[in-house]
Design a protein around this ligand. Structure first.
Ligand code: SF4
Length: 325
């Protein structure tokens, strides 16, 4: 969804570019998009959701919300999808809006919380304070929806401590899931002007990876699922739009690589051998070896040979090390 519904102008936002969507999608295009995507899934059990992202769904004109919800609900009733999710602003949630979403079978509501620090929100031009996020989160949970609270790191006046406090508050508010986006400077935004004037400093990629890793660990401990780390290349951001900031097409891979490096560093008992086999969960083999094999290369400073093996059934983020002889 484009920014259509949003009367605010957060300093970092050029929603047309972020969503990759210039116009309000017409009903037949939405149906076509859903059908085309559904046709790409293999047969067999699966969980599929229709998601309306980008703009503020509950701020769209009522008739447009109804058109989109009716489309999604038909797919839900036929059992072709198992859920509907929307994203919106915290101050665009009230009982009437929640009732409508519930009537049409919406299952998950994501709020762009960004930060729960009053100064960061003010300096970012969000147009609401932390209390709006707190109020909306409580209502969403009371109405029985799944709650997602998205956060952004490195906003104007943000610090690691403030981001950490935001993550703690997201956990306390009962979010089921979160997304962590490093703040980027995008062409045409107010943040670009601030950056060019020298009033805003971007996080380095290393900082963004380090902050995200520590937040990811906090969320993991609390059982809050991090469903996105960094902007996906398909989210419409191309090289020309990006002025500055910690963008990397494999940002999640960098953070997960850092997580595995952290686990290796903290592991105290290593075999006395010059060659080791490290068994890791099969689906984490790539990040255990590391982006561009960085973890293997680091371990090879201590071992002549390091063999990684993916193992089915191995607990997530756990590993076994054996001497290779
Ligand atoms: S509320 Fe959302 S859509 Fe509106 S300006 Fe901010 S980020 Fe962009």
């Amino acid at each position: 969804m484009p920014e259509l519904a949003c009367p605010f102008q957060c300093v970092f936002c050029d929603q047309h570019r972020i969503s990759g969507m210039e116009d309000v999608p017409e009903a037949h295009k939405v149906i076509h998009l859903i059908e085309r995507n559904l046709s790409t899934f293999p047969d067999g059990p699966k969980t599929v959701e229709i998601a309306f992202f980008g703009g503020n769904f509950t701020g769209l004109p009522g008739n447009l919300q109804l058109i989109y919800l009716e489309i999604a609900q038909k797919f839900l009733i036929k059992g072709l999808v198992q859920g509907i999710r929307i994203s919106t602003r915290p101050d665009y949630i009230d009982l009437e809006k929640l009732q409508l979403l519930r009537n049409y079978g919406v299952t998950t509501i994501e709020l762009g919380a960004q930060s729960l620090d009053a100064e960061v929100l003010r300096m970012s031009g969000r147009g609401h304070g932390p209390e709006a996020v707190e109020r909306a989160s409580k209502l969403i949970l009371q109405y029985g929806f799944r709650l997602g609270l998205q956060m952004m790191i490195g906003l104007p006046h943000d610090t690691f401590e403030k981001s950490y406090e935001t993550a703690k508050r997201i956990i306390e508010l009962g979010a089921h899931e979160t997304r962590i986006y490093p703040c980027l400077v995008i062409k045409g935004t107010a943040l670009e002007q601030m950056y060019l004037r020298g009033d805003y400093r971007v996080l380095t990629l290393e900082q963004a990876v380090d902050w995200s890793l520590r937040l990811w660990q906090l969320f993991a401990e609390a059982g809050v699922k991090v469903i996105r780390l960094g902007l996906h290349p398909s989210e419409g951001l191309n090289g020309d739009d990006l002025v500055a900031g910690p963008y990397h097409p494999s940002f999640k891979e960098l953070v997960m690589t850092a997580l595995w490096r952290d686990m290796f560093e903290k592991h105290s008992v290593w075999p006395k051998s010059d060659s080791v086999i490290i068994e890791v969960p099969a689906n984490e083999l790539g990040v255990a070896v590391g982006h561009k094999a960085s973890n293997r290369n680091w371990l090879k400073k201590s071992y002549r040979e390091v063999v990684f093996r993916g193992k089915y059934g191995q607990e997530p983020q756990s590993f076994l090390i054996k001497p290779n002889n």
